[in-house]
Design a protein around this ligand. Structure first.
Ligand SMILES: Nc1nc2c(ncn2[C@@H]2O[C@H](COP(=O)(O)OP(=O)(O)OP(=O)(O)O)[C@@H](O)[C@H]2O)c(=O)[nH]1
Ligand SMILES: [Mg+2]
Length: 462
């Protein structure tokens, strides 16, 4: 077996890194985070105390310039700070860490940076370096680190909920659990290859078949549910389409609560795709207002219509809007744009009572007036529900990134191969590849080492 372990020692773990962990200065408080072997030296030196503060408890202490003499002078004071000491391994990075909560002025920070740089092998951290160290020290897997990045970028509550769950390891645990299962299946096969004379339970092949089948189903279901997690991260694409003058831009402005698009009585007012980002029911939504659809000889308007159709084609959900005075006549070239999931919005019911009894009416048809606000609340409630259905939180963890999807699809392919392959060695290789694909998601790729462990356990006494 070839050993293929990543280097779990950080190349420059001998170096101590530090960075400002809080936002731009000046600020009331600024936190400088330090990680690495020089932490204890830095704290004792800056505080001019022989003893380190108690672990993980905030202490108010004076910070002094890093001078050789031990009797600090008043003019050597940098700031009065809160000092926190997190000895390894119980820290975010797993290394010795410290936090200095100082007053957030440019002068204090600059002075501290200068002092910190005087310590041996100490430098300013690169972006993401604390998280990278946490990963190398097995404090966080890759999905947790991605969850942390999402948490820092979260703008809506649902995004925050998904991110915190991922950060806390929900997704990582799911994939790791699957990986362990696959490793066990691999071990069975390996045993068969290496000890062909050994008696294996006769039901083994049947069991293996069944387990691979179950696994394939689980993976397929998970992949099918995938859109949700990604949409919650990136936003649901919602597009308003329909004939000119229907009130599409009026709806855009109502939904965004500002004058996002120009509204006018002249048909063909909107010519380009106008985008706005909003929060509907905790879900980020990328809303597009588009040019009214109609045959035209105007080249610019033609391009606008093309863009409208293109955007509608790419969207997760479309609102098809029309004027009540035209309802239910829908031009034949527009009819295909109304799909079963499209929400049909019949506007301007203040002008005349809608003919609600007709063939076009579905459960997804709403009658509204953007002038009098009639019917808008019911429509909005429905929209909110639809958006949440597309991207809402579920009980089960869902995949959130293209990176995960690519690896899971590879894993699924290998599982399918393994089921078809009759040659046992090739089956085993397929499973190894499937394990590797799952390992890539969490960052565990030292498969062979794991296999060794389980294989030994499996073959006890042989
Ligand atoms: N009476 C009435 N007029 C409305 C209503 N909603 C919009 N309008 C008017 O209809 C006209 C067209 O509205 P827009 O929102 O610009 O329509 P649009 O679909 O964006 O039109 P294009 O950009 O040309 O495709 C404007 O004069 C609006 O004031 C409504 O509910 N009732
Ligand atoms: Mg418009």
């Amino acid at each position: 077996m070839t050993k293929n372990q990543p280097n779990h020692k950080i190349p420059d773990s001998g170096q101590t890194i530090f960075a400002l962990a809080t936002g731009s200065i000046p600020s009331a408080i600024a936190i400088i985070r330090i990680s690495g072997p020089a932490c204890s030296l830095i704290i004792t030196n800056l505080t001019k105390r022989e003893k380190l503060p108690p672990a993980r408890l905030a202490r108010r202490q004076l910070l002094y310039k890093n001078k050789a003499e031990h009797t600090p002078q008043k003019q050597d004071i940098i700031d009065e700070a809160l000092v926190l000491w997190f000895p390894s391994p119980n820290s975010f990075t797993g290394e010795d860490m410290a936090e200095l909560h100082v007053h957030g002025s440019r002068a204090v920070i600059e002075m501290l940076y200068q002092e910190l740089l005087r310590f041996p092998n100490t430098r300013i951290a690169e972006p993401g370096e604390f998280a990278r160290r946490a990963f190398y020290n097995s404090k966080l897997d890759l999905t947790s680190i991605e969850g942390l990045a999402d948490l820092l970028a979260a703008e809506t509550q649902a995004q925050q909920q998904q991110a915190i769950r991922q950060y806390q390891g929900e997704l990582g645990q799911l994939y790791d659990g699957w990986r362990q299962k696959l490793i066990r299946l691999s071990a069975y096969l390996e045993a068969y290859i290496d000890f062909p004379d050994e008696e294996l339970p006769s039901t083994l092949t049947d069991q293996l078949k069944q387990q691979l089948k179950d696994f394939e189903l689980q993976l397929t279901n998970h992949l099918a549910d995938a859109g949700r997690g990604q949409k919650l991260r990136q936003g649901v694409q919602l597009t308003i389409v329909g004939p000119p003058n229907a009130g599409k831009s009026s709806l855009m402005n109502w939904l965004t609560r500002r004058e996002t698009s120009i509204v006018s009585a002249i048909p063909g007012t909107t010519r380009d795709v106008i985008e706005a980002i909003l929060n509907i029911g905790g879900i980020p939504v990328i809303l597009s207002d588009t040019a009214g659809l109609r045959p035209t000889t105007d080249a610019i308007e033609q391009e606008g219509v093309r863009r409208a159709q293109e955007r509608a084609g790419q969207s997760d959900l479309n609102i098809f809007m029309l004027d009540v005075t035209h309802w239910p006549i829908i031009l034949s070239d527009m009819a295909p744009m109304i799909k079963p999931e499209t929400i049909v919005l019949v506007n301007k019911i203040d002008l005349m009572p809608p003919n609600v009894m007709n063939n076009y009416r579905t459960e997804r048809t709403f009658f509204v007036s953007l002038k009098t606000n009639q019917g808008l609340q019911d429509f909005f409630k429905f929209l909110e529900h639809e958006v949440q259905k597309l991207a809402g939180l579920t009980e089960k963890p869902v995949l959130t990134r293209l990176r995960h999807r690519a690896a899971l699809e590879r894993c699924l392919q290998n599982i399918q191969h393994a089921q078809q392959n009759m040659v046992i060695e090739l089956k085993a290789e397929d499973l190894r590849l499937a394990v590797r694909a799952l390992g890539e998601i969490t960052g565990r790729v030292h498969i062979d080492e794991m296999l060794d462990v389980i294989f030994k356990e499996f073959c006890i006494g042989k």
